[in-house]
Design a protein around this ligand. Structure first.
Ligand SMILES: CC(C)(COP(=O)(O)OP(=O)(O)OC[C@H]1O[C@@H](n2cnc3c(N)ncnc32)[C@H](O)[C@@H]1OP(=O)(O)O)[C@@H](O)C(=O)NCCC(=O)NCCS
Length: 180
């Protein structure tokens, strides 16, 4: 580590990013609810979505950020369909960091670790619904040929891990739309 990384990187490097484990489930539920609480784009059910994805066996990858034994962040990835077919693409989300730990680089660390873990699983790409100001730094970009119905297109972004962005309409796992 060099002195040029700044205070955010300095704080974030004390954080352990690891696979979630059963003993994390309760803390994850609380942190996701707290992170999304009060956000205008929240449906106040994101914490239930995490449980539903897990219960459905659809959480391909779930990572937690742990700081001295406390779970302070979480990210989930689940398979998406493109024009009805599974094509090795995944949806990132929800992503959550405890409110009083936001702005320390934890969210970025979770995204980067998750993407690094997806590729060896055979993933060809990842999509998400989020703010381009945050996700653009990882290479996510709006790709007009890849659509998600019913959302503002400027917030639906994709990152091809094999360099190829397919065309089609994306569908997240049913847990995202089942009013979990
Ligand atoms: C979004 C979230 C996961 C980011 O995690 P974080 O640990 O706070 O983010 P980091 O510290 O790694 O990154 C901070 C950077 O992201 C930016 N950022 C954080 N949240 C942002 C948001 N909602 N929109 C745009 N930019 C955001 C910060 O401005 C900062 O930018 P900078 O590096 O250019 O200064 C966290 O704020 C959170 O849990 N928010 C509530 C839940 C949520 O919105 N989840 C994402 C839904 S897609």
């Amino acid at each position: 580590m060099t002195g040029s990384e700044g205070p955010l990187a300095a704080k974030a490097r004390e954080i352990l990013i690891r696979d979630e484990a059963p003993q994390d489930f309760d803390a994850v539920r609380v942190l996701v609810a707290e992170a999304f609480g009060g956000r205008p784009y929240s449906n106040r059910r994101e914490h239930l979505l995490v449980d539903a994805l897990r219960d459905a066996g659809a959480m391909t990858l779930a990572l937690v950020a742990e700081d001295r034994g406390e779970v302070v962040g979480h990210v989930a990835f689940s398979p998406v369909r493109i024009d009805g077919r599974l094509r090795g693409w995944y949806g990132l989300g929800p992503l959550a960091v405890l409110p009083d730990r936001q702005g320390e680089g934890i969210g970025q660390a979770l995204v980067r670790a998750g993407l690094a873990r997806l590729a060896p699983l055979g993933a060809r790409g990842c999509v998400l619904l989020g703010d381009p100001a945050f996700y653009g730094r990882f290479g996510f970009a709006v790709q007009p040929q890849l659509r998600l119905d019913g959302v503002p297109p400027e917030y639906f972004m994709a990152l091809a891990l094999d360099g190829l962005v397919p065309a089609g309409t994306v569908a997240y796992h049913a847990a995202f739309s089942e009013g979990t």
